[in-house]
Design a binder for this molecule. Structure first.
Ligand SMILES: [Zn+2]
Length: 61
């Protein structure tokens, strides 16, 4: 897909690190599957992955 930040960049499948912050605690997930821009390095999580993390965050509340 097209990167919304660098415009001329395209994303490729890759891995990123995703951090969740909750009440002073920091949870860091490494090697999260994402689409990563080959120009600026911006990572885009899939809808499915985003939902998964949203649920995780809710469970931590
Ligand atoms: Zn980009």
């Amino acid at each position: 897909m097209e990167c919304v930040i660098s415009k001329n960049g395209t994303t490729v499948k890759g891995k990123t690190t995703y951090a969740l912050q909750k009440q002073g605690s920091l949870l860091v997930y490494k090697n999260v599957e994402a689409e990563v821009c080959n120009n600026c390095g911006e990572a885009y999580l899939s809808v499915e992955t985003t939902r998964k993390f949203s649920n995780l965050l809710l469970m931590l509340l």
